[in-house]
Ligand binder design. Sequence first.
Ligand SMILES: N[C@@H](CCC(=O)N[C@@H](CS)C(=O)NCC(=O)O)C(=O)O
Ligand SMILES: [Fe+2]
Length: 370
Amino acid sequence: MNPIQLFDTASSTYTYMLFDTATREAVIIDPVDTQLERDLQVLRDNGLKLVWSLETHAHADHITSAGQLAELAGAKTAAPAGCGIETAAVQLNDGDTLNFGSEQIRALHTPGHTAGSMCFVWRGHVFTGDTLLINGCGRTDFQSGSAEALYHSLTQVLFKLPDDTTVWPGHDYQGKTSSTIGAEKAGNARVAGKTLEEFVAIMEALHLPPPKRIAEAVPANLHGGLRHDAHPANSLQVQPVSGYAGDISPALAWRWVQSDEAVLVDVRSDAERAWVGFVPDAAAVAWKQWPGMVSNPNFDAELLAAVPVGKKVVLLCRSGVRSIAAAKRATELGLVAYNILEGFEGDPDSHAQRGHLGGWRLRGLPWRQS
Ligand SMILES: N[C@@H](CCC(=O)N[C@@H](CS)C(=O)NCC(=O)O)C(=O)O
Ligand SMILES: [Fe+2]
């Protein structure tokens, strides 16, 4: 059985999905953020449950969707320990294996393109990232790259795999899809039949322009592709407004709640909470109540009872309308009140369909349905 091979034309990146046919548990390798909807659709179409999202390295030319796949598809993330991807749940070392169903994938540390780069072996297949490309190899001129290390990884690690192992590269710039270890050992223009010195000279003479997106891609990929500084949903800055203390991201609210600086108040109605889902650790103080969505006459008293003196209050609703009204009222009552941007929509599938990240799930809060 071959892996599912998916291509991103903007970056010429190959993404792979492999799965256990009995349990449908799946692994994705090197997912691309702009292809998130495609990848979720492929999972749905094939009835797959994504259990692992793997990176071969911290990419310089595109941004991974690993963090979003963890959020939206429930995958665990794994990345090479030497790549500095601190958000990955599992930091892989040479020889480590990951299971999906009764299948197993094995990590090979293959430094060179980057110091931490890895390849992954599954059955008779090897996913070579940018270590070995078809009739080529990854460049070695940034991210602690090393032509000497790459020569060793190619000749002493990858070329020791059986000749009939299928090679699935991380990129191809000429439309080629796969190769074999035997074919690359015999004919790869950069490394086949070359001495270490010849290989190093070839790599030094490449003089490739830097990837166009390197400045944004590398920092984002060190955080699973979630751009903490660039993405408003992840901003840790308070956005000042009039009428209450400010608008904040779910990320900042989560941080304040964790450090006990703020009380999280869910102002949705009791009926919505029961129907859509509860937010753990939130005090429930409805702004309006069913039936009829009439104003809650006890709002002031319930809010003041929920927020101890000296603590901030961060307010959450479904879409951000009621939490703003409630933040204004809380301010009138003398509290330091913030509105959380992005409401709690509850249903992870609806997030996936709209490409919208439910902030609370995004920040790793446990989520449960009523
Ligand atoms: N032109 C591409 C960059 C292509 C590139 O540098 N690719 C890297 C992989 S991240 C590489 O190793 N290329 C090897 C080669 O082109 O020989 C861009 O701007 O994104
Ligand atoms: Fe790369």
